[in-house]
Write a protein that binds this ligand. Structure first.
Ligand code: GAR
Length: 214
């Protein structure tokens, strides 16, 4: 995907959400709280023509797993501590997603570095959400990095995953102002609201391209 294409500039919801012959079959990966996972489930019940087939978490008992139970979404735990390498963990993820018939995968707060094993299995169909306006503030604690840098505007980015962390082509972004007196919690929670908007939209755009053979 060309990062200069109009998708980046078109605000979500300015054009109709794509509809497919059958709902997109999605897999989701999460490590923590799971609010983006829940936003995807909610969107898939409304405007996003998709079905969440499987959630995989790496931290047993995490918020995302609890949400999956409440929302009746199938959930598997692949605890990274039980795998001897990143590749082994990714092989297990790919196996699980393939068994579930998943077409595209969303890293919705997945706090592990992924390898070509996963990236190549879901080439151009592996999407990540990151709490900054990439390419600014890649890596861990992007919100803390933005606060420390004293920027006045930050935001969030949904992008395709490449081997270099947080470098893939941008699919959608939203800007969030840093307000006087913001701390990590207040800024994170406003970014989170925007993540829940742009992530389902990014999935719709990637699904549209995938289903049209692009
Ligand atoms: C989100 O802010 C997401 O952007 C971030 O983790 C949070 C997960 O929240 N991801 C990263 O920092 C990945 N580099 P959630 O568990 O409530 O969806």
């Amino acid at each position: 995907m060309d990062a200069r294409r109009g998708d980046v500039l078109i605000a979500p919801l300015e054009r109709a959400w794509p509809q497919f012959n059958t709902p997109l079959r999605l897999g989701v990966m999460a490590s923590g709280h799971g609010s983006n996972f829940e936003a995807l489930v909610q969107a898939s019940q409304e405007r996003l023509h998709a079905q969440i087939e499987l959630l995989v978490v790496n931290n047993p008992g995490c918020g995302a797993q609890q949400r999956a139970e409440r929302l009746a979404v199938p959930c598997l735990v692949h605890d990274h501590r039980r795998y001897s390498s990143r590749e082994d963990l990714d092989r297990a993820l790919v196996d699980s997603f393939r068994q579930a018939g998943v077409e595209a995968v969303v890293m919705a707060g997945w706090m592990r570095i992924v390898t070509p094993v996963l990236i190549n299995a879901y080439q151009e169909r592996l999407i990540n959400i990151h709490p900054s306006l990439l390419p600014s503030f890649r890596g861990v604690n992007a919100v803390g990095q933005a606060l420390a840098a004293g920027v006045r505007i930050t935001g969030c980015t949904a992008h395709l995953v490449r081997e270099d962390v947080d470098t893939g082509p941008v699919i959608s972004q939203a800007a969030v102002p840093v307000l006087e007196g913001d701390d990590h919690e207040t800024l994170s929670s406003r970014i989170s609201v925007q993540e829940h908007r742009i992530l389902p939209w990014a999935v719709a755009l990637i699904g549209e391209r995938w289903r049209s053979g692009g």
